[in-house]
Each structure stands twice: as C-alpha cells, then as structure tokens.
Design a protein around this ligand. Sequence first.
Ligand code: NIG
Ligand code: FE
Length: 419
Amino acid sequence: MLTLIKNISSLATCSANGELFKTGSQMQNVGEIKNAAILFDSKIRWIGLNQEYKNILSGSNIKEFRSIDAANKAVIPGFIDSHTHLVFGGNRSDEFAKRMRGATYREIAEQGGGIQHTVRETRAASEEQLFASAEKLINNAIKHGTTAFETKSGYGLDTKTELKILRVIKKLRKEKKLQISSTFLGAHDFPPEYSGRRDEYIDLICEEMLPQVVEHGLAEFCDAFVDQGYYTIEQGEKIFQGATDLGLKLKVHADELACVNGAELAARMGAVSADHLLFISDSGIENMKKSGTIATFLPGTAYFIRLPYAPARKILKNGNIVALATDCNPGSCFTENMQQILSLATLNMNMTAEEALNAATINAAAAICKSDSMGSLEVGKDANFLVLDGASYTDIFYHFGVNHVSQTWINGELAMVNG
Ligand code: NIG
Ligand code: FE
C-alpha cells in the first residue's frame, strides 16, 4: 500500500548522489531536508518538501494512500549492521565478571574460555535453540533501528556445526523477511581436536567446509580472524584463495589484537571490507584505500574489551571508505544497539555525527554490497527508515544511552513501534 509520511522536521537522506559510498568531505553531509515528506510502498517513490506533496499526489493522480503525521519528528535511513555474530549458544557473563576482576580477554581465551566456550555451547545447541536466541537479538536490534544485517558462522569449528549455524541464518533471512547477509567464518579459531595440527584444520576448511558451504548456497562472504594467536597471514591467504576460487566475496577480521598486517592482506585479496583495525599500519591504510576495501570500525569491541580505538581520524583523512557496525557477539562486544555504536564513534573516536551516520547507513550498505538498493533514502531504494523521537538526527548523539527510535519501517512495513 502507498503510504505518505508528512510533517517530518528533518529527513537525513544519507544519499551518495548515485554513488555506492561516501568518502572524505562527503562524509560531513547527510543530505538533510528540513520540513520534509516521503511517499513509499515497499520502495521509496518520492521524497521532498512537505509543502510539495499535494502537488505530487494530484499530479500523479494518486487517490488511494495512507497518510501518517510525523508530528515534527526526524527520519533517517535504517541502520545496517554489517558485522555481527548472532548465532551462538550459551552466555559468557561469568567471563565478563572475571574480566572486571582483572583477567584479560586473551588470558580467558588461553584458559579455554572465550570463543572455545561458545563453541562448546553452540555444538550442543539445537537449530531451534540457536534460531530462538538469534531471533531475540534481531528483534531487539530492529527496536533500536537496525533494518539489515550481516551475520557469521564461526562458533562451530567443525563441518556439521558450521553448516548448522549457516542454515539457521538462512532460516532467519526467510522467516524474518530481512536482508541478512551470510558469512562463513570457519577460521574464527582452531578447534580443540586439531590442537597442534593447525594446518590440517585449514585443509579441512579448504577441502571440505568451503565446498559444502558453496554447494548448499549458504554464504555470500568468507571471513577469517587474522591476528596474533589466531590465523597467520599465510593461513588466511590460503583460505581466502580457496574461497575466492569458489566465488565467495571476502571480509577480514584484521589487526584487532595486534598489528599483523591483516589490512594489507585484505587489500591484496580484494576483500570487500577489513574490520576492527585497532592496530592497522600506515601501509594497511594506504593499501586499503587503493583496493577500495572498506574499513569497518567496531568501536563497541574496543570499549568492551578495553583496547585502544581504531585510528578513525587518520583513516578518514586519508579518504578511505569507512563503515560502522556492532560486532555483536557473546565475548568481545555484546550489544545489538547501533545507537550505542554511533555514540562511541563520536565521543571516543572523534568522528562527527554526520560521519558516523553515513558510516552506519550508506557505507555500511556498501560493506554488504547492497548500497544499490538500501542504505540511503532515495527514490527506488527499499523503504527502510526510522522515525525518531526527536526533531533531528543529532539527538541520537546528544541524548545518549536511550533508545531514540519511535518507528522502524522495513520494506515499507511498520516493523516496530516503540511506546
Ligand atoms: O569479532 N575477533 C574475533 N571474534 C570476535 C570475538 C568472538 C568472541 O569472543 O566470542 C570479534 O571480536
Ligand atoms: Fe567479529
């Protein structure tokens, strides 16, 4: 059904004017229209000044439509969370408490906690249990303004469980009628049964897991955790070459715990994005700019495991493509709330509100290769947007720690109303 929302005090389009992403000074512009209206069915049909909508409706002979008064609230594109790990078993709140008593993320992992803890719980969980816990996170994310997701496997580390997780993602996409891009992350850690035989596990990934993932159409991207104590550059390269040969696109967990030149690897392999980048080198920044690899910042992780933030100002100044995402996962960043991420990006990474909003919408859509159909409010794109409580997008940053989303619209349908 055709719907008109009128009396919008401020509508941020985040449009890249026909381009698929924004960089440099364009990041300061959110394409704000004051006193706006929007007409849409599942796609956006028209956006303009409030005073123009009557002419548009009569000029196009539109008689049947539903009209909603925004009562001077703001509208922004729905957030796109381009890096999450939503499908897992169990809960690691005990590890969080240990960390607050002084243990580090790395120490907990070395004692068999961390990712290995979640692997044990995920192997033991049924598909129904995994579906229910991921659905709960997705519903809460929608409440907080997320309208499209990327999510990964990686808590199975054996063929059976990795495929189980990817099937759950497929079912979530179908049942929730949402864009949920799927990433195979068999190279998240090494399984305990391959202790001392790491290269044999890499052979398993390349010879058994990747072919089955592709055969069953279960993933669009392949990712690997290339970092100190996890996958080396050579191991990452082997997996990425195998994935590329089978037609998958690449994402990389790069330079999160130490500088291992994961960003350079991402650039060399033509990855769509390299994510984390807390310890990225100068050559990593330069090479990613040349290859057009998107730098996805996950400030929630630096906050949650108390590491230094990625050098956002340096990377933005260099003109790289920058996106923001939650990294929602049970260990290093347990939040599904993109507004919290925007707050951290501004206050702790010195990004402007406009840079943060563009990074969480149009550029985040580019990070899942979907910015031709979502991520900004432009005629012909999916009608995925948020009606906020306040009169401007700046309220999200100014009034922190509360949910500003009053309505979440996905594909022209009201997916959630708050209050
Ligand atoms: O993105 N970096 C690797 N993986 C996750 C952490 C996973 C976990 O602790 O369960 C991340 O930070
Ligand atoms: Fe991650």
